[in-house]
Design a protein. Structure first.
Lengths: 249, 249
DNA sequence: AATTACATTCGGCATTGTCGAATGATGCTC
DNA sequence: GAGCATCATTCGACAATGCCGAATGTAATT
């Protein structure tokens, strides 16, 4: 691990959390002397990854990271293969649809199909949800190859709401269910009033590369069998497009 | 400029251009020995900025860059202030609306309001357009503080279509017009069949921090005075929200 | 005007990253 | 299926590089 590169990324991550930071705040956060941080930030600024507000002289993320994010989306085969099916899933069920991938212990949303009722909704692409508190996350965690309860090995499960599963044994049982059916559920665990049904998506190597979910207001929970069936069908179809030969169940 | 950080960003930039690259391709592109690149890439992978495809062992951008991009958007005051007004501009004119910021010699789109005719359109947030070939770019370049024809100092203007302004003198004249009126125009210069009217957006320090534009099919070009007026009003309104005290004209 | 807080520059020291050479992994050819 | 070729990855010695204490510049505050 190259020290300065690692530090540079930690600068970006810090700015990700705090939006705008002065040099000394950054230095304190990273536990490094200000001149050291300054050198790193200088380099990031030169490439547009970070910009410095002229009036306050504080730093924040720059437009270059947006361009990177956009290219990432274009690169993802999962995304391009999902889009049409996600739209259909939304139309058939009447719910918003999310597609996500796993990043360490979180899920990153790579596609978002708004509810087809015409209501104005924020795009959710790029947002991050703790994997343990989301159906999308559970769907992928259940199929991690390295028999992973990495999550369970580390610090206790992050709790988002009162409904977040906190007990490791309960969590393991849920994952076992997911492995059987291919479907994962979440009710109020990440956001109150929001529940999801998710299906894992596999690629040709048989790994879970992503997951697709419908987002359901908890007032309409539990959903009909038709909806869970639609999620299952969508997840299986996308998997097949990616070259997967098998799907659970 | 810290060497290894600079190199890491150049790795990301290379992956941005080529989507997927093997280590040796990367090394050749950066003109560095493979082990050097490997160390950098290793660090990027550890943070999810880059992922390695298991089957082909090639590298591509990772989900962490998407999250960064999303946070950047959230941070931007310009974006949050623009959204409502961009929507109104779209409704009133019937055209798609873009909001962009300057990044070196390019414009990065930070907000995109689709044409309100209900047709399905790709989101354009994060895409990059050469500043010299776009109305958005001209609107901002005209007000760069350091009397900048940085663009004109460097290599010749990048040409996107036959209509791209290539002559430096002509370009300077256009910028002078923009300084007078606050509005910039573009007809087929970036993409054939696509024309734009853009207005610069200023912040409280009087600097052009962005620009807003309507995107018009060239078949409907030139647009009516009502449309250019609407763009001007929108740009001025957003500027005022950002604390600007004056606007050209 | 004086003071404080902060960003930024400078330069010597030693830590750090660099890159040639060696090893391991994978896929291709005969 | 053995041998070969290509590419990713590891290792380690050297010295170039980046690190950070001290000094300076800058801007806001009293």
């Amino acid at each position: 691990m190259i020290q300065s590169v690692d530090r540079a990324i930690r600068v970006l991550t810090a700015l990700q959390g705090a939006r705008r930071m002065s040099l000394s705040e950054l230095a304190e956060r990273l536990e490094l002397p200000p001149p050291t941080v300054h050198g790193i930030v200088r380099t990031l600024v030169a490439h547009g990854m970070v910009v410095q507000d002229r009036s306050s002289s504080r730093y924040q993320l720059g437009p270059a990271v947006l361009r990177l994010g956009n290219v990432y989306l274009d690169t993802l085969e999962l995304r391009s293969r999902s889009m049409a099916w996600a739209e259909e899933l939304g139309r058939r069920t009447g719910f918003a649809v999310r597609v996500g991938v796993l990043m360490a212990e979180d899920v990153v949303i790579i596609h978002h199909e708004p509810r087809p009722d015409g209501s104005r909704q924020m795009p959710e692409v790029g947002i991050v949800i703790p994997a343990n508190a989301s159906a999308l996350g559970k769907a992928m965690l259940a199929f991690l190859p390295d028999e992973t309860d990495v999550l369970l090995a580390g610090p206790p499960l992050r709790s988002m709401t009162g409904a977040t599963v906190a007990d490791p044994d309960e969590f393991r049982r849920q994952l076992a269910d997911v492995r059987k059916t291919g479907l994962a559920f979440e009710c109020d665990e990440a956001v109150l009033g929001e529940s999801c049904v998710a299906g894992a998506v596999f690629d040709s190597t048989g790994l879970a590369v992503g997951a697709v979910a419908v987002v359901v207001p908890t007032t309409e929970w539990p959903v009909s069998d038709a909806v869970t069936e639609a999620v299952r069908t969508t997840a299986r179809t996308i998997s097949r497009e990616l070259g997967a030969t098998r799907w659970p169940g």
